[in-house]
Design a protein around this ligand. Structure first.
Ligand code: SF4
Ligand code: SF4
Length: 382
């Protein structure tokens, strides 16, 4: 059974596995309808329509006909088709013309998430603001042609600025345990540059951690791209020296704060089914802790990876969730109401911890769980 999550504060309830249409090639434009049929049958209701190829957009439009309102679609502003190829543009006239063309080809009146496309550099974000693109997206929202404003990025610092300055409501971001180790940068190629994984690395990059926490605190929903590192994490390249499974990659991404949807590729129905199988996978298959602990040149010591490997707790405390809420509460002064509510909704709390220490022997990352429980009790009061 498909699982569904709230997408930040949008009010939308999205399937945790979404379908990204980027992978559709010319051969399977013909089978676009079949892919949407399969996705619907599997319970997928979230679709990323990044590709700007008019043929593909027309095929997607055809596939959406008669069932548009069953689906949540995020489609990209600034991704256009020029001289027979994809182009990212920040020229407002091109952006406007591209949006109109997209709407016509998709044959829809409204896009749920209008995603400002692919912004990894600070100067580029400034272009988006100064060239009127952000204002244009806001106008589209006022007109009801897009319901929410999104941004896609690989750079946590740019994404954070866009969220804080630009009121971005949905973030499409690259999330996986390897990229999470890398410092923020404006050159996306560096994320899969093997040499960046050759030296000793310690814990996830603080800017990335902060981005996830800011998103959670502000109610910005994250939809995940590159959860499998373009396939590298599944074995073809193994940038950090370890092979992960589809289930482990999905579980990792879905356990980061604010993440609602992992976008799976749509090369074939089989590939889609492989990602959706996550929803039926047991705790053991989803468990990414041992795989992360085996990364040869990475130390995660002391850092909670929200993996739940330390369970079961005799007091039935959901240790990963308590720790996540503790981090969210500590991230910036004052505990947001949503974090308080989520904490309250847990069936057991840090105050139920009897300090037995059973969990600590099971944590592969030597997290001081008893201390965390004490801190959480202090912060939340129970
Ligand atoms: S305390 Fe350790 S085992 Fe438990 S969720 Fe955190 S990292 Fe995983
Ligand atoms: S130390 Fe606390 S959190 Fe850990 S197993 Fe014991 S009761 Fe549960």
């Amino acid at each position: 059974m498909m699982e569904y999550r709230r997408l930040g504060n949008t009010g939308l309830k999205a399937s945790v596995i979404g379908m990204g249409c980027e992978g559709m090639s010319e051969e399977n434009y013909q089978m676009c309808g079949k892919m949407f049929d399969a996705a619907e049958g599997l319970g997928i209701n979230y679709f990323d329509l990044y590709a700007s190829d008019p043929q593909l957009r027309r095929a997607i439009g055809k596939a959406l006909r008669g069932r548009r309102e069953k689906f949540i679609i995020q489609s990209h502003i600034c991704s256009i088709w020029k001289n027979g190829q994809y182009l990212r543009t920040r020229k407002l006239d091109e952006v406007k013309a591209g949006f109109e063309e997209m709407m016509a080809l998709l044959d829809v009146d409204c896009i749920d998430v209008g995603m400002i496309h692919y912004c990894d550099a600070m100067a580029d974000w400034e272009n988006i603001v100064n060239n009127g693109i952000l204002d244009y997206a806001r106008a589209l929202k006022r007109q009801g042609r897009i319901r929410h404003i999104g941004l896609s990025s690989h750079n946590p610092l740019v994404a954070e600025r866009a969220i804080v300055e630009g009121g971005i409501e949905v973030l499409m971001f690259s999330v996986n345990p390897c990229y999470d180790l890398q410092p923020a940068g404006e050159d996306v190629e560096e994320l899969w540059n093997n040499s960046n994984y050759e030296n000793q690395l310690t814990n996830m990059d603080p800017d990335r951690q902060r981005l996830y926490e800011i998103c959670q605190r502000r109610g910005v929903g994250i939809t995940v791209m590159k959860a499998f590192g373009g396939g590298d994490l599944l074995g073809s390249n193994q940038i950090a020296g370890v092979k992960l499974t589809v289930n482990q990659c999905i579980a990792y991404a879905l356990s980061r704060p604010a993440v609602s949807v992992v976008l799976a590729g749509a090369h074939s129905v089989e590939q889609l089914k492989e990602s959706v199988a996550y929803c039926e996978a047991g705790a053991e298959e989803r468990d990414y802790a041992a795989a992360l602990a085996a990364f040869p040149r990475v130390s995660w010591v002391g850092k909670c990876m929200y993996c739940s490997h330390c369970e079961p707790c005799p007091q039935f405390i959901d240790i990963a969730s308590v720790t996540k809420f503790l981090h969210l509460a500590q991230a910036q002064g004052g505990i947001p109401e949503t974090v308080r509510e989520h904490y309250k909704a847990l069936s057991r709390h840090a105050g139920d911890c009897v300090q037995c220490g059973a969990c600590e022997g099971r944590c592969p990352f030597s997290v001081p769980i008893r201390d965390n429980m004490k801190q959480a009790k202090e912060v939340f009061g129970y």
